[in-house]
Design a protein around this ligand. Structure first.
Ligand code: SIN
Length: 349
């Protein structure tokens, strides 16, 4: 009898503990964190997006101490092949899950190459105050000293933290927390690759404990006007790179011919564009068929516009790098093609 009572008590206590833990859903999209190499010394030449979500979860049994975990495979790709289709599926699934009372936060495993773009996209279209955290790895799952398991643990710790609400989409990687708008990959191979050049990191995760120091003042998630509900595709926006001896209109013309509704110029310095290329862009702006955003290939800092450029219809990317400016322009174009209204979005988001 005593044994039976004890057994019932143990069951009761463990179910109360399970209830007390947050419910975190891990959505897997591929990347090096799910990559397999032939040798444990190999950190290049492997196949990203090889192993499934269950393998990733089972590799970190400690996750169960942090949260009640469930996993879903959204895609299993190298993130350099990321597409609007996967973005739309991911965003809609996150919104669906976060609407539910029994989901407290989302972790997304993702390749590091384009993580900054997906993070910023989700930051603008996920309409919830609940935490959404992206993570990945620089070394494949099979590598000696793989960084994926710790990154996944930290991402779940962050998504489970009561202070992680209302902070927009975040990236948790290499023990640091970054805001989606600011984070950027800055090294091809090193594990210390992510930085937030304009703002610095938001905080740290040390031994599973979350420490916040900064928050982004730019609007995000539940304060964003953008929605992908019902969208089957996104407006086409391309990036024009500026370099010396540039100045042909070939690339810009080809993008527009292929259906681009917007162009982001990765200009030199504070966003300068080679004069020959700029003349073509001014002509293009007169047609009012294409929006043109000036960004910079430098990687940090504001891009100012002259009064004349504003009159011509150019839009400043503010301090967004070209790949992030592209994301915001795509979403802005789902709402308007008026350069003044688009410029307001670039100021706010
Ligand atoms: C990828 O982005 O899918 C490959 C590279 C990585 O995850 O580090």
């Amino acid at each position: 009898m005593k044994k039976l009572v004890f057994g019932v008590l143990v069951m009761l206590v463990s179910s109360v503990m399970a209830f007390a833990k947050p419910n975190i859903v891990i959505l897997a999209t591929g990347g090096t964190i799910a990559g397999e190499a032939k040798s444990d010394l190999a950190t290049t030449g492997y196949k990203a997006g090889s192993v499934g979500i269950e393998v990733l979860i089972n590799a970190v049994p400690e996750l169960k101490n942090l949260a009640n975990i469930s996993g879903e495979q959204i895609a299993n790709i190298d993130s350099s092949n990321m597409s609007d289709e996967v973005w739309l599926t991911l965003a809609n699934r996150i919104n669906e899950l976060l609407d539910r009372g029994d989901v407290d936060g989302i972790v997304i495993t993702h390749g590091t190459d384009t993580m900054e773009e997906t993070a910023y996209f989700l930051n603008l279209v996920v309409s919830s105050a609940k935490p959404v955290v992206l993570t990945g790895a620089m070394r494949p799952a099979t590598a000696m000293s793989a960084d994926g398991p710790k990154n996944l643990y930290n991402a779940v710790a962050l998504a489970s933290d009561k202070n992680a609400k209302n902070k927009g989409v975040m990236v948790a990687i290499n023990d640091k927390i970054y805001p989606a708008r600011e984070v950027s990959k800055t090294h091809t191979l090193n594990v210390e690759t992510f930085k937030a050049p304009n703002s610095g990191e938001m905080g740290y995760i040390i031994d599973g404990k979350v420490f916040f120091y900064n928050v982004s003042l730019k609007l995000n998630s539940k304060d964003s006007p953008f929605s992908v509900k019902g969208l089957k595709s996104l407006p086409k926006v391309d990036i024009l790179y500026t370099y010396s001896q540039d100045g042909s209109k070939v690339a810009a013309e080809a993008f527009v011919k292929a259906g681009a509704k917007g162009l982001v110029v990765a200009g030199s310095g504070a966003g300068s564009i080679h004069q020959n290329q700029k003349e073509y862009l001014i002509e293009l702006l007169k047609s009012k068929k294409v929006a043109v955003v000036k960004s910079s290939r430098v990687g940090a800092g504001l891009v100012p516009l002259s009064d004349e450029e504003i009159k011509q219809g150019f839009i400043s990317a503010n301090n967004l790098n070209p790949q992030k400016a592209r994301v915001l322009l795509m979403l802005a174009l789902t709402k308007t093609s008026d350069p003044k209204k688009i410029a307001e979005y670039f100021d706010k988001y």
